[in-house]
Write a protein that binds this ligand. Structure first.
Ligand SMILES: NC(=O)c1ccc[n+]([C@@H]2O[C@H](COP(=O)([O-])OP(=O)(O)OC[C@H]3O[C@@H](n4cnc5c(N)ncnc54)[C@H](O)[C@@H]3O)[C@@H](O)[C@H]2O)c1
Length: 403
């Protein structure tokens, strides 16, 4: 959607295909469900957008960009189902001279080995009759300083001609396009970026658990280290890694690496540490209640912020959901405050106003600190506050506990 809107705003016509009828109808009516694209912005260009569920509508386009989900299966292996079905459907309508670009995050080799053969079922040859490239999506939801326009776009084509064509396409909407030699290099670039974050978050999370045991304040240490002007990049500890990218994408490479007899230990270890964080958080909450002579069972706990990161309502892989489940298993009564998330249907919970939610609660747990959070009210009115985001640093009170 962000990409479609950029192309529309640059004056192009766009056909948007989705298998979700409801979504297609809403988008055709100018209603956006993507937080970064307000409906007014979509509405201003929707007359040049054809939203459809029919791949046949792609027959007349110059370029087709695939950005379907690439999740993991229950066994944590790549689930290429949506990608393969999109590729098959596109192969059925592909025309000579078209450009196809894959943007979904995936392991190196997917574009060449999985997508190209499906498109070639059209009878056309990739690199000769149609162009094929991979270009990773780098959108950071909720971010306003770096957008599609000013974030360099990496592109790898099957042939030089494919690369040039794809670069030309993205120059329409991106200030800088970075060409790499192959689709595989572009696929691997995206995974390096995500694994870099995952490993560094795990490192600081491990140090946070150690600092906790040593009775030290990890936030003071991170703040101090971050004053170094070179050779250090800040990563903050937290309740665990969320979103649909970091907890998922690195395992695409782990899976692929097995074919090459190569265990990717950094990736696995980072995954283990980050996945352990919600369990650590529950122990921390339990210890804080204990210090106030309370048990988890029967306590009224308010979870503050349930989306996976500040400023957005995205719940995918959010550590808050795991923390809620674990606390409920221990007998806690849970409510939550998150203006970005009106309800959690799977948990039978609704967002509560802060004042109301604090009334009678035993402990408020800051899992995600949205910019709008009224911290002073929270600290003033909650009998106990556990902060997993470090937003209370600098504040001292006997009822305040920090990661
Ligand atoms: N959203 C981001 O910020 C972001 C950032 C970087 C990378 N990515 C990558 O981009 C890809 C897509 O992510 P997303 O967040 O946009 O996913 P999403 O789940 O929000 O949206 C994908 C859309 O694809 C549709 N879809 C599924 N199968 C389809 C098919 N066969 N044909 C047509 N449409 C189909 C779904 O109905 C859905 O509307 C993933 O690989 C993700 O890792 C996303």
């Amino acid at each position: 959607m962000p990409l479609a809107v950029e192309f529309l705003e640059a004056g192009h016509e766009v056909v948007g295909i989705d298998v979700d009828h409801g979504r297609v109808q809403a988008i055709a009516a100018g209603v956006s469900d993507i937080e970064d694209i307000p409906s007014e912005r979509l509405g201003a260009v929707v007359d040049r957008l054809t939203a459809s569920t029919r791949y046949a509508d792609l027959a007349g386009v110059d370029s087709a960009i695939i950005a379907v989900p690439t999740p993991l299966t229950g066994n944590r292996e790549p689930d290429l189902g949506p990608l393969l079905s999109a590729g098959r459907a596109l192969g059925g309508v592909l025309q000579r001279g078209q450009l196809v670009v894959l943007e979904s995050t995936t392991y190196p080799g997917t574009t060449r080995e999985q997508l190209a053969p499906l498109l070639e079922e059209s009878g056309l040859k990739a690199g000769r009759d149609f162009n094929l490239a991979f270009s990773p999506e780098r959108v950071d939801p909720g971010r306003t300083d770096y957008t599609l326009r000013n974030t360099p776009k990496v592109v790898g084509g099957l042939t030089e001609g494919c690369c040039e064509r794809a670069c030309a396409l993205y120059r329409e909407v991106c200030d800088e396009v970075v060409a790499v030699s192959t689709p595989d290099a572009a696929e691997m670039t995206k995974l390096l970026e995500n694994i870099f974050r995952s490993v560094n978050i795990a490192l600081v999370n491990e140090l946070a658990m150690l600092a906790d045991r040593m009775g030290m304040d990890i936030w003071e240490v991170v703040d101090a280290a971050a004053t170094k002007p070179f050779g250090f990049m800040r990563f903050d500890p937290g309740p665990g890694m969320g979103g649909h990218c970091l907890p998922v994408d690195p395992f695409y490479l782990t899976w692929r690496a097995r074919e090459f007899d190569m265990p990717t230990e950094f990736i696995e270890l980072a995954g283990e540490v980050n996945q352990a964080m919600p369990y650590f958080c529950v122990e921390k909450i339990s210890a804080a209640l204990n210090d106030h002579s309370k048990a988890v069972r029967g306590s009224k706990l308010l979870i503050v912020g349930v989306s996976y990161k500040a400023g957005v309502g995205d719940l995918r892989e959010s550590p808050a959901l795991k923390i809620i489940r674990l606390l409920r298993e221990r007998g806690a009564e849970i409510s939550y405050h998150d203006p970005h998330v009106p309800e959690l249907p799977d948990h039978g919970l609704h967002h509560q106003q802060l004042d109301h939610a604090l009334d009678g609660c035993d402990c408020a747990v800051i899992v995600t600190a949205h910019p709008s959070l009224d911290l002073d009210t929270l600290i003033e009115q909650a009998p106990l506050v556990v902060d997993f985001r470090g937003v209370t640093r600098g504040k001292k009170a006997p009822h305040l506990v920090r990661l």
